[in-house]
Design a protein. Structure first.
Lengths: 334, 409
């Protein structure tokens, strides 16, 4: 009986989180619609011209649905977005949804690889520093890290391009793979991809590595001061084992909770990185869309990135609900 | 030796350098003041004509410049902060505030002045050329008044046959009366023959200005909404929280892109959008602090005594909120500077007429093979700004965490 009740309570918690995210999602849609309405100019107005027939303006207005009342337009807007119908891109003359399907997988996998790299490298640095405490590397890292963090993303990318692509010719300048990609065997394909994506990944990951490093460093220092760690070390446990099995798991937990925000930062960084390195992703698509005033495409891109970040936040919240004891206690008290 | 340098020493050394390098400009500014007075006395009707934005800008920064010297010299014994030891961060912030306050005096040329292309295109840093000024007595006397002449020499925006750059000095034997002075382009020129030093100075000033206005908007919105949400609670709280979550769901750059796409990319829109896009974190901090403070005795008392809501916010809450708010705003300032420069790098904003740091980097990107200096110097400035501001934010956070006991995370 008690088991069943607990099960029910858990579902209520998940549902309440889901419900709050649904409201957020609805607000996001409304904001896009309001901005669309606020934007100056009538979309049908460009069909009003002495050379064209006088009926055309009205016909276009009816076909765009602009003659309907605002609430009906709003309903239609949301209905269409839920069906995945974002309209047709002004520039490319292709449905926006198919363009998103083409570009989104690249950006998502690119961001995920970068995220994994960030976690892996910052963890490695943390382990290294723990082993060699107090050497020059640790001392200089604190000062260098802030300097590296304050370098703007675009300049890091530009400097990498200038040094490694133009001067030394180690890596190709842009694009994901070479023109003769289809003729290569699988190892050559892999090598080709690695060659093309090394510089973008460094550019995208650098600020994240520093954020993670600082975050973890602070957390670990705080955890090491706690009494249970001191107790273990005083009782003669191996320091390395204590560090790996007790300090790290206790300080890494909050990392999950910033996953959503971190993904947002990654997507933002991807805008610049993709533009710099000419990668066919969501970010470059957004920039080209805004430069050509391609409204359906802009809405599609923003909608997609919003859904992506919301989903990541939702998953992080679920994880927290499962693992964070304090949060669970709060829910019980409600 | 270096550790003994105090802040007022650093400021006076900087003043000395500026006086040494920009003496001509200061002299012609004094000339401008006389001319402005003259034309005011002779023709008081057209004040709006005399005080154009350029003139006001020049005179204002000149006044600041002079009063700055007197302030530092006369208050160096009385004010404690002027006698602090000058660290790297402090020196950087003094240099940045020099650029911000005295931009028209520091910049050798106007930021849009294009020299004649064949001689001035992509000059490397420290290149020197001859600036030829031909004084054409007849045409200048007949067509232009004295004030226009002085103004033109200060705010020149285009090259004329009487004012151009050449590789060799003009010979003395020539019939036209002209002067050729040797000028050094400290940071080189870009591909349109514009002086990079002047462009950087103006761009820094604009990006700092954008940052300052944007964070004041952020502060206004964040504090007000956070206070309302924390104070009233219930449905207002839930609604505002959802709205904040909604804004957080869209990545910062995407949000700004969306707003700029629909509302246009004028300077004002960019400032407002950058200001509005960052209110969420401040809102959350203020809300949680207000929730904590609400039950304190002196605040409950002030409520019972019958203080109005705005009075309560300003007199009771704000002094306690201030450290947290300041820390957050300083962090946001750093991010706004970066965001603005990356937006203008992408070409999304920055169609306005002044120079911008991101725009300069983008332009350097197109000429990366021929000219490395176009990218390098704006980058240094952006890094310097971010580094300085971020350092201050960290310091503020540490002070707050140690003494007051709040956290911003």
């Amino acid at each position: 009986m008690g088991n069943k009740l607990r099960f029910k309570k858990k579902w209520i918690e998940i549902l309440s989180i889901f419900f709050s995210y649904a409201i957020t999602f609805w607000l996001l849609l409304s904001m896009i619609f309001i901005l669309l309405r606020l934007s100056p100019g009538d979309p049908a107005l460009k069909y009003l011209s002495p050379q064209l027939s006088t009926h055309l303006y009205d016909d276009v207005k009816i076909s765009y649905g602009l003659d309907k009342p605002v609430f009906e337009q709003y309903y239609l807007f949301i209905y269409n977005l839920f069906r995945g119908d974002f309209g047709i891109s002004y520039n490319y003359r292709v449905p926006v949804s198919s363009m998103l399907m083409e570009t989104a997988p690249f950006t998502i996998s690119f961001s995920l690889v970068s995220f994994l790299l960030q976690v892996a490298i910052s963890m490695w640095v943390i382990f290294y520093i723990h082993k060699h405490k107090g050497n020059w590397f640790e001392k200089s890292l604190n000062k260098i890290s802030l300097f590296l963090y304050s370098l703007p993303t675009m300049t890091v990318g530009l400097a990498l391009i200038f040094i490694f692509s133009i001067q030394l010719d180690f890596f190709p300048l842009s694009d994901v793979h070479s023109t003769n990609f289809d003729e290569l065997n699988i190892f050559q394909k892999l090598l080709d991809l690695v060659k093309h994506l090394t510089l973008p990944l460094i550019t995208l990951s650098l600020p994240g590595i520093i954020i993670f490093y600082n975050y973890l460093h602070g957390n670990i220092e705080a955890t090491e001061k706690k009494s249970f760690i001191r107790f273990m070390i005083a009782n003669g446990f191996d320091k390395n084992i204590v560090f790996k099995k007790h300090v790290i798991p206790n300080s890494i937990n909050p990392l999950i909770s910033i996953l959503g925000t971190e993904l947002g930062i990654l997507l933002g960084g991807a805008v610049i990185t993709e533009t710099l390195f000419g990668l066919p992703g969501l970010g470059r698509l957004t920039v080209s869309a805004i430069l050509t005033r391609d409204y359906p495409l802009i809405i599609g891109c923003v909608f997609f990135s919003g859904v992506f970040v919301l989903a990541a936040n939702f998953l992080a919240d679920l994880y927290k609900l499962k693992h964070d004891v304090q949060l669970r206690e709060n829910f019980k008290n409600l | 030796m270096i550790k003994k340098i105090q802040i007022w020493h650093a400021i006076l050394i900087l003043y000395f350098i500026v006086l040494l390098l920009r003496f001509d400009e200061l002299v012609s500014t004094i000339e401008l003041i006389f001319v402005v007075f003259q034309s005011l006395l002779s023709n008081p009707g057209n004040i709006s004509n005399i005080f154009s934005t350029n003139v006001v800008d020049q005179l204002f920064s000149f006044a600041l410049f002079l009063s700055g010297i007197f302030f530092v010299i006369s208050f160096r014994k009385k004010l404690d902060w002027l006698r602090k030891k000058c660290s790297v961060t402090l020196l950087a912030s003094i240099i940045l505030s020099f650029i911000f306050l005295f931009a028209p005096i520091l910049a050798p040329y106007s930021d849009n002045l294009q020299f004649n292309l064949p001689t001035a295109k992509r000059l490397a840093p420290l290149c020197s050329r001859y600036l030829v000024k031909i004084i054409d007595e007849q045409s200048s006397e007949s067509s232009k008044s004295q004030s226009q002449k002085v103004e033109k020499s200060l705010f020149r925006e285009n090259v004329t046959p009487n004012y151009y750059l050449s590789e060799t000095p003009i010979s003395n034997q020539s019939s036209i009366g002209g002067v050729s002075t040797r000028v050094i382009f400290l940071l080189g020129t870009d591909e349109y023959g514009r002086d990079i030093l002047s462009r950087i100075i103006y761009a820094t000033r604009y990006s700092l200005l954008i940052g300052i206005i944007a964070i004041s908007i952020t502060g206004l919105i964040g504090i007000t909404l956070g206070f309302i949400s924390g104070y009233f609670g219930k449905y207002v709280d839930i609604l505002l929280n959802r709205i904040a979550e909604m804004f957080l769901a869209v990545p910062f750059i995407f949000l700004v892109i969306l707003c700029v796409a629909f509302l246009g990319d004028s300077l004002l829109t960019v400032i407002i959008v950058l200001g509005v896009a960052g209110w969420m974190s401040l809102f959350k901090i203020v809300r949680s602090e207000v929730l904590k403070l609400k039950t304190r005795d002196h605040i409950v008392t002030s409520q019972m005594v019958g203080m109005t809501l705005s009075n309560q916010l300003i007199k009771e809450y704000l002094p306690l909120l201030l450290p947290a708010v300041l820390t957050n705003l300083t962090f946001q300032f750093a991010y706004i500077i970066i965001a603005e420069s990356s937006l203008s790098f992408l070409g999304i904003t920055g169609n306005y007429s002044h120079s911008s740091l991101g725009g300069m980097i983008q332009q350097g990107f197109l000429n990366i093979n021929e000219a490395w200096w176009i990218i390098l110097f704006p980058t240094i400035i952006i890094t310097l700004i971010f580094y300085t501001v971020y350092n201050y934010a960290n310091k503020l956070r540490n002070i707050g965490a140690n003494q007051i006991g709040f956290t911003t995370d």
